[in-house]
Design a binder for this molecule. Structure first.
Ligand code: SAM
Length: 481
């Protein structure tokens, strides 16, 4: 059978989609190639959020076509995901060496399409149509790892151990239509899976040794909004749905009902989720942080700007004041909570005063981590047509100024951990140094410690933090009281 190499650009949702495609192909008998240079099929799973990500994938494909196709003309080349969805046939017109363009609602069709191409029944395939029910097709996991990530896969007949953490896709699409964002156009309308379907997948992962699950969606706080209470539990028998719904008090949002149901799964130690929208953070979700011990003290809350004027232009649906009030409520519910965010600098019309409000918000919140993005004009989005585009040089300058503030605050926050004892979930050997292991605190900070004891993997462990560098803590194992 052919070997396949998948390269992923962009967010965790894309990582998860690639994993599901790899699992689907492995189930059909494909092997996973450790690099593109030896693969029979090369798939690039693309991101469209910024132009830079699109350009990177286009350049990569150009190089692959020039280098690999020259020596091995039979290699199949394909684009999948967001850029495939938004550009479709245009990609083949531009790069005629590409054989396959697969949109965001068609990942489950990857194996069938490749079969057709490899068997010579079809020359090129472009499939970017909408497909009802596709949100429930991202469910297979590659529990024993990707050969590319595991140095060639099974060595000496020993399979690598299954992962400790897993991503579970709970919904697809986004209906927010933020004026800067291409996601509603590449991922389509919000579509959610049912609670029993998601719980079954999480239960299976827990049975296979997974200890931490991250629930994923473009906008998880909108999960299940379009379902009636019965549809939310769709597919389950009446008694099963009663059983699950009895776990959650009534009047909770579907997302909190889902958290309650996943929380019940034996063997699962930790639950995370991403990405929520600040305006979807109701009191029931804040109360869930205080009520559900497996829901870790960590929240990724994309703020985008500290200026109300810009937030309005972005169509974010909250004000600076409301955002700050939300942070305060979360910190009251869980004082140890780690808070990360996304911020865009140089949105059209952003003045020096607007930008300074973003700087002051960053200082006021004291984020543990922030992903800063220079605004990028995206096709079909309202902001792309706004007249006052900020010059690139100024976007770069604001990026550097904000980065300096974020890094200074984060360094102080990480330093405060030194001398403290905390719990980590051990994820495995450090990639940089196999004589060390890495784990993650509940508030989502990476901790590195000296150990070659592979049986620590998957365990909750106490560590005393001995030093901190930017965005990494170092510690020694201890017994926690
Ligand atoms: N669902 C999340 C929300 O609504 O807050 C965001 C998901 S988006 C794929 C990830 C981040 O990319 C956004 O939070 C935003 O900061 C950034 N982003 C999106 N569109 C962008 C653009 N046109 N230019 C620069 N950054 C952008």
């Amino acid at each position: 059978m052919p070997s396949v190499y998948i390269k992923t650009y962009g967010c965790q949702m894309n990582e998860r989609d690639s994993e599901a495609v790899a699992a689907q192909l492995v189930a059909k008998g494909y092997t996973l190639a450790p690099s593109a240079t030896v693969a029979d099929v090369i798939l690039l799973n693309t991101c469209s959020v910024r132009d830079l990500a699109e350009q990177k994938a286009l350049r990569k494909m150009e190089n692959l076509a020039a280098e690999i196709r020259r020596d091995r003309p039979g290699v199949v080349l394909g684009f999948m995901g967001c850029m495939a969805q938004s550009r479709g046939q245009e990609l083949i017109d531009r790069l005629p060496d590409v054989d396959l363009v697969l949109g965001t609602q068609k990942f489950h069709r990857a194996a069938d399409c490749l079969d057709e191409i490899i068997a010579g029944r079809r020359d090129k395939i472009v499939d970017v149509a909408e497909e009802p029910g596709s949100e429930a097709t991202i469910r297979e996991h590659l529990l024993y790892g990707n050969a590319a990530k595991n140095g060639g896969g099974a060595v000496g007949g020993h399979r690598p151990p299954p992962p400790v953490t897993a991503f579970v896709s709970i919904m697809q699409g986004c209906n927010q239509y933020c004026t800067f964002c291409i996601v509603p156009y590449t991922r389509g309308e919000e579509r959610s899976r049912t609670i029993p379907d998601i719980v079954a997948e999480c239960r299976q992962l827990a049975a296979q040794g997974v200890k931490e699950i991250t629930l994923l969606g473009q906008i998880v706080t909108s999960y299940g909004k379009r379902f009636s209470q019965a549809e939310l539990f769709g597919g389950a028998s009446v008694s099963a749905s009663r059983l699950v719904s009895s776990l959650a008090p009534p009047k909770q949002t579907p997302f909190v009902q889902l958290l309650d149901a996943v929380h019940e799964i034996d063997g699962l130690e930790r639950i995370r989720f991403t990405a929520p929208h600040p305006k979807g953070y109701g009191d029931d979700l804040i109360e869930a942080y205080a009520r559900l011990p497996k829901l870790v003290e960590s929240a990724h809350l994309p703020v985008q700007s500290g200026s109300d004027r810009v937030l309005k232009l972005m169509h974010r649906g909250y004000t600076r004041e409301r955002y700050l009030a939300l942070i305060e409520k979360l910190r009251r519910a869980r004082p140890e909570i780690g808070i990360s965010t996304d911020i865009i600098v140089g949105f059209p019309g952003e003045t020096e005063d607007d930008f300074e409000q973003t700087l002051s918000l960053a200082r006021e919140v004291e984020f543990d981590q922030a992903y800063i993005f220079k605004y990028s004009q995206r096709r079909d989005t309202p902001a792309a047509g706004l007249p006052e585009q900020v010059p690139q040089k100024l976007r770069e300058e604001r990026n550097q100024r904000l980065l300096a503030v974020i890094n200074e605050i984060a360094a102080g926050k990480y330093q405060k951990f030194v001398g403290r004892r905390t719990q980590i979930l051990v994820e495995g050997p450090s990639r940089k140094n196999p004589a060390r292991m890495t784990g993650r605190t509940r508030c989502n900070k990476i901790v590195v410690f000296d150990s070659v004891e592979r049986e620590h993997r998957g365990r909750l462990m106490g560590v005393k933090i001995t030093r901190a560098s930017s965005f990494t803590l170092y510690g020694d194992p201890v017994i926690l009281d």
